[in-house]
Design a protein around this ligand. Structure first.
Ligand code: ACO
Length: 382
């Protein structure tokens, strides 16, 4: 049996780096960022504190936190050429495709984009990208609705700026708290597919913008970050709580569809982020006066939890399942859920990219299973 067949493909269980950023304990359903439990961080941390933690393997003091917050906010603007480029794109473009294009273009205007070796310069670039990804995401949401983009405010934190740049209004505290908690929860997660991609690009000696473009492209897929939007589309398709059981029977038990937002390569217990997001989405839904989508999601999760197929395969809600409800309750457009994921995960990507700058080329091997010993024949004789 080939090594590929032996590990079921998909590099399952293969270790590719020593990291200080996060520990994903899939057996016990625990997640730690640089020593701190995710529950503790989700309840207390500002996203910028988590960014500092991932970059420096320690929490910032008050002055360091304010410096980083101010740096991210003051450098979050994007050059006018990027806004002009966004205006030229088709209004129905996928926001993740737009983000991918815009981050690629940003490299042309970043004075340090081709500085490939200096770690301090890399952190400056990462701080810029952290703010700019949020600015681009909010700008795109406005532009496609025929509205002018709004520039970020230097006195805001990232969650405040996102809410402000979407609406142009003073950011509402409930929305800011929910967005901040989401940003904290999604910031980093072991050797997930997009982080791995960013490391592969970096390991060739290529630049940070290229690595982030690769990561955005990878996150876009419905098996990874794209699952939060797909989960919400599934809840909308179900439509009413009384439809959950017949939908489950037709589409999952008798059909061949997957429940989006359920299952994980590493977690064979409850994803701790899903537990936190369940509580938050429930509270938010109740305070908004519309619990229907939460109830649909919860009922579907309950059916899966009691079903032999899901029990045998240890399939539980992942981070994308209840976050879809939370973001929908905040009235975010469904296709904007994935850029919000990128706005958060840039923290983990950049920490991994900076770490990988000192690392070795990532170059696995392939197991050849094609034909051998064939003899060349000219085209007119084949
Ligand atoms: N619904 C129904 N069955 C499922 C689901 C699901 N959501 N997920 C996995 N399965 C089944 C598979 O059909 C397979 O069954 P089999 O053994 O009979 O063939 C078994 O569980 C294992 O599935 P794999 O695809 O081999 O598991 P893998 O670790 O490669 O995939 C993944 C993990 C992609 C997350 C998968 O569970 C899935 O597609 N989930 C839905 C999409 C999703 O939520 N993605 C977000 C993941 S979290 C993140 O990236 C942020």
């Amino acid at each position: 049996m080939s090594e590929q067949a032996a590990n079921k493909g998909g590099l399952e269980g293969v270790v590719v780096a020593d990291v200080t950023t996060s520990l994903v304990d899939g057996v016990n359903g625990k997640l730690i960022y640089s020593g701190y439990d995710i529950e503790d961080l989700a309840a207390n941390a500002l996203f910028e504190e988590v960014v500092f933690l991932l970059w420096h393997v320690r929490l910032p003091n008050a002055q360091e936190l304010e410096e980083l917050r101010a740096k991210i906010a003051s450098e979050a603007s994007v050059p006018p050429q990027i806004i002009d480029m966004l205006k030229a794109l088709p209004k129905d473009a996928n926001p993740m495709a737009v983000l991918r294009t815009a981050v690629s273009a940003l490299a042309h205007y970043d004075p340090d984009s081709e500085n490939l070796t200096d770690k301090a310069v890399a952190q400056e670039k990462a701080a810029r990208l952290t703010g700019q990804i949020t600015t681009i995401s909010a700008a795109w949401d406005r532009l496609r609705k025929g509205e002018e983009p709004i520039a970020p405010k230097a006195e805001y934190n990232l969650a405040q700026n996102f809410v402000y740049m979407l609406s142009g209004e003073e950011p509402d505290k409930t929305a800011v708290d929910a967005v901040n908690a989401y940003l904290v929860l999604l910031a980093e997660h072991g050797m997930n597919a997009s982080t791995f991609c960013s490391r592969v690009v970096t390991a060739t000696g290529s630049d940070m913008h290229s690595a982030v473009v690769g990561a955005i492209a990878t996150l876009k897929g419905p098996s990874h970050g794209g699952a939060n939007a797909e989960a919400m589309r599934m809840f909308l398709e179900i439509g009413e709580v009384e439809n959950v059981e017949p939908w489950f029977k037709t589409n999952i038990k008798e059909g061949n569809r997957r429940i989006m937002g359920i299952g994980h390569r590493v977690y064979k217990a409850t994803d701790p982020r899903a537990a936190i997001l369940r509580d938050r989405s429930k509270a938010l839904a109740e305070s908004s006066g519309n619990s229907k989508w939460f109830e649909i999601a919860d009922k579907l999760a309950e059916l899966a939890r009691a079903d032999e197929y899901f029990i045998e395969r240890k399939l539980y809600p992942n981070v994308d399942y209840y976050s879809a409800i939370m973001l929908y309750t905040l009235k975010l457009d469904v296709d904007m859920f994935v850029p919000l994921f990128a706005m958060s995960r840039i923290a983990g990507w950049s920490a991994n990219i900076i770490d990988q700058m000192a690392g070795r080329l990532i170059r696995p091997k392939a197991n050849y299973i094609g034909p051998k010993d064939l003899k060349w024949e000219p085209a007119d004789q084949r």
